[in-house]
Design a protein around this ligand. Sequence first.
Ligand code: NI
Length: 216
Amino acid sequence: MSPIWRVRAIRMVAAGAAALVLAALVALWLGPAGHAPAGPGEPTAAARLAGVGGPFSLVDQDGRPVTDRSWPDHWLLVYFGFTFCPDICPTELGAMTAAIDRIDPAGGKIQPIFISIDPDRDTPAQLKSYVALFHPRLVGLTGTAEAVDAAARAYRVYYAKSGDTTGSDYTVDHSSFLYLVAPDGTVVDAFPQGWTPDQIGTAIEARIAETEAGRS
Ligand code: NI
């Protein structure tokens, strides 16, 4: 490669990386914007997450009532999606649970939670077989349309049925972030779609260390 081409290649890579970071930040700034890949970026500033998160009251994959306070002393890693999602949800849940295995292999510190935004089809029984595909500790939550909507609104999750909504063949467009919730209930970070298990795990460990050092 001649020097001029090397410089051009470096500039293109740098511009591409900057564009990805900018896209991720803009996606978080504007709020949920559908299922488009956000690309890797820096973890969100806590200030951007002020007002995100809050109480929820749902049922788990065994039909038991649970709330956001059902896992005291745990960090929660929360993802909203639906079991019929063809690709994004499985990919994100795979990355989420791989990160959990990396940083909390024995369990006891971080609780992974999948909240369905498709309560019409995602019954507890449907969720039970689905979460088992990903991780033995992954909890699947659903509930009435009202309860699910309240949870989604608290986390500012966008979701809407699309396609043929007259029957059960519809799909659900939805935003895709992994929310990290501290034991006191504060959402301290949100990781955009597309992060690797290493990126997610490293970011979680950094947030936990910050909080435990009393700096967050
Ligand atoms: Ni999905």
